[in-house]
Structure formats: C-alpha cells, structure tokens
Design a binder for this molecule. Structure first.
Ligand SMILES: *Cc1c(COP(=O)(O)O)cnc(C)c1O
Length: 398
C-alpha cells in the first residue's frame, strides 16, 4: 500500500475518504491506526529547533500531537475546509468560533433554535465582553435576517435543522445575503454532519460539529470540531491557541475510530429514524412528527434541495395529554433511555418545551413534545416499547 497521490485523494468517494483520511500507517511503523500520543513536553534536538528557527512539526502538547493532527487533517479534508481545531466538547467548539469572529462592540445574530446552552455563553460571557446578541426567528427568510443586520454585526449563526423543533433554514440563501454585506456565517452542523450537508461547499465560513454525536456514535466521549474556510482559518486557529482549549487524546483517538464507520452508522440511523418517524406518524396519540425528510414537514422542500439525507434525530408532538400521563409513558420505557445528547447506538427520548428559553419565536405546538434519537436496535422492539408506553399514556394498565 502506497501513500495516496494528490490526484487519487481528490477523487475519492465519501466512504473511501472516511477510511483513508488522516491515516499515515508508514509513519506508525506500518500499524493501520495512529496511536494515542499522550504528552505535554516535546523535546527538540537543538536550540535552533527549540527557538523555532528550524521547522518543528510538534512543539508542545496543547499545540497538537500526531493523534490530534490525524483527526484535524481528516476532518479538514472531509469538510472541505482550510483547517480544523478539536475542542473538549461541542459547546466549546461553538464558543471558540464565536470568540474568533467577535470583538468588544460587535453585534451577532443567533437563531432562536440554537442548541440551548449556547445562550448562556451569549447572554453572560459575550455580553460581559461587550458583544450584543440578537436572537432571530429561525423561520425568517434571508431578507428577514438581512433586516436585522447592523453595521457592527460580526456574525450570522445558523443551525439547520434547529435543535428540538428541527426548523429548517435556507442556509445558501442566508450565506448569499450575509456575504453580500461581508458578514461571515457560522453554522452548527451537528444534525446532518458534513456527510449529509457539506456546509463549507454551501459557503458557510465556520462550521461546528459536536463529535460527541455521530462521529462518536457510542455515547462514550465528548468532542467538538470547528472548521473554517481560508478566510477565517487564521482567526480561528489563533483564538483556539490563545485558550489552549484542546481535546483529550483518548477522545480524539475514539473520534478517529468512529470516523471510519460514521457514514454507515449515519445511513442506518437515517433508515431506522425514518421507519420510526413514519410509524409514529400513524399513531392516534401523535399529532405531528417533526422530521425534515417527511413531505408533510414545513421545511421539507429546503431539506430536499440542500441535504443528502437525514439523521436519526427528530421530534413528535403528542395529542394534548396531562403531564402525569406523559411521565407514565416515559418512565416505564424499557428500551428507550431518558437522557440528553444523541447520535449513539442506543435509542433515547427526552420531553422538551421551547417556551422555557426561546425569545424570538413562538412555540405553541398544541401538545407535549418529545425528541427521539433512534439507535441501532431492531425497530420492531422499539415500537413494542413505545406501544406499551402509549397504553400508559392512555391510562391503560400496560
Ligand atoms: C450536543 C450538541 C452540541 C454540544 O455538544 P457537547 O459535546 O454535548 O457539548 C452542540 N450543538 C448541537 C446541535 C448539539 O446537539
């Protein structure tokens, strides 16, 4: 086996790329995978090298190791970016991106459907530093978002589909609008990943991915990936270096391991998720299913135009029911876990209510809302578990 030529590498299809990206076996004594390099100190052979007067690939643990470099390179190639930094969580991946593009006096536009913990960073930390956040309705058209821009607006932040409610946004439209005014667009692309929505190719400047979700796929690590195009890469890398917000070596290693099977797991999550979504749609206890791949979903046309598939995360709105009935349904589930995060091999469900935090958009779905992350179990078993749950919801002994 030879090192890939540039021409071969450039022409690879996605699954082959996932297998080969970031791997250099002959730099690791022929072993297939880059091992876990643990370390703070890196030794130099000469004082010239120590003082940076001759090239050194590695200089200190916080600046990178062969393990972190392997995943950074792989992700940069997969995302079609100029560079990637790895952070200890998906939330840290968001904060480093926001810090890279803002300064005191900046104004930023953040979708009201953003991953909720981002709001604390904006409302507490950025506000203290003199950065003002305006949350905007994810249902706004690009022109609607344009109307909120100010001369000092430093970023438009998008997430599509949005957290919990799965609102779709016209990302290419927002990019065209923002770029016409020289404002960068930053996107949380965790739901689709670069495999189903190549955000940089759609013009997004900085792309965030919680590797905790589908890159990991096993609910056993925390990791964030922030990639930037050539224009914003120097600012992102500088900000990241200033914080030394580096990911742990074991988590990066597990991220590399997850990368190799990521497309297979994502495609299975899509298949399983759709099967469950359609089954739920037919249930009398369910008012609506919020899943971008369903033709009935309001953002379906945008999803179909821009996305190459869907993941296994979607929400349902139940017919009106008492809190206690919903709790009885969920508390008795045997296969579905009740917990945060998603994208793992195991199915999860969480109740949610966007009214508790959204400030720029109404949320009145007409019934209790549940978010499902569908894992790799047999869907018939998941349906049996929910069947018994619906009996409890209806107040029937199950
Ligand atoms: C989970 C999640 C994050 C944060 O990832 P962590 O690794 O849990 O910090 C960010 N954005 C979205 C959309 C998420 O679902």
């Amino acid at each position: 086996m030879k090192t890939l030529s540039e021409g071969t590498r450039a022409a690879l299809r996605s699954r082959t790329r996932l297998v080969h990206a970031g791997r250099e076996p002959f730099e690791q004594h022929g072993f297939v995978n880059t091992p876990i390099y643990r370390g703070s100190t890196v030794l130099f052979e000469t004082t010239d090298a120590l003082h940076g007067r001759s090239e050194s690939r590695f200089t200190y643990g916080t600046k990178g190791t062969p393990t972190t470099e392997a995943l950074e390179r792989a992700w940069t190639e997969i995302a079609g970016a100029a560079g990637t930094v790895l952070t200890p969580s998906g939330l840290a991946a968001v904060t480093v991106a926001f810090l890279a593009v803002t300064r005191a006096g900046s104004h930023i536009l953040v979708t009201d459907a953003a991953y909720q913990p981002i709001r604390k960073f904006c409302d507490d930390v950025l506000r203290r530093m003199g950065v003002e956040t305006t949350y905007y309705d994810p249902g706004l058209s690009p022109d609607g978002v344009a109307a909120l821009l100010r001369p000092e607006t430093a970023m438009v932040f998008v997430e599509a589909p949005g957290s919990q409610s799965l609102d779709m946004q016209d990302v290419p439209g927002i990019v065209a609008m923002a770029h016409a005014r020289d404002v960068p667009v930053v996107m949380d692309n965790t739901w689709a990943t670069s495999l189903l929505f190549p955000a940089h190719r759609h013009g997004v400047d900085i792309v965030i991915e919680a590797g905790t979700k589908y890159l990991s796929g096993h609910s056993d690590l925390l990791l964030g990936l922030t990639s930037a195009n050539a224009r914003y890469w120097p600012a992102l890398r500088d900000t990241f270096d200033a914080f030394a917000m580096c990911a742990g070596p074991e988590d990066v290693f597990l991220g590399l391991r997850g990368l190799r099977s990521m497309e297979l797991r994502l495609r299975e999550a899509e298949r399983q998720g759709l099967a469950m979504a359609r089954w739920l749609q037919a249930r009398p206890e369910v008012a609506r299913v919020l899943h971008p791949a369903l033709p009935e979903f309001p953002g379906h046309a945008i999803w179909q135009r821009d996305f190459a598939g869907s993941s296994g995360l979607f929400s349902v709105i139940l017919m009106p029911a008492a809190d206690a009935a919903v709790a009885a349904m969920l508390d008795g589930l045997e296969l579905f876990g009740l917990g945060y995060s998603w994208g793992g091999f195991e199915s999860l469900v969480v109740p949610f209510d966007c009214r508790s935090y959204r400030t720029a958009s109404a949320w009145a779905p007409g019934g209790p809302a549940l978010r499902f992350s569908i894992g790799l179990e047999n869907v018939e078993d998941l349906q049996d578990d929910l069947d018994r749950g619906f009996a409890r919801l209806r107040g029937e002994a199950a």
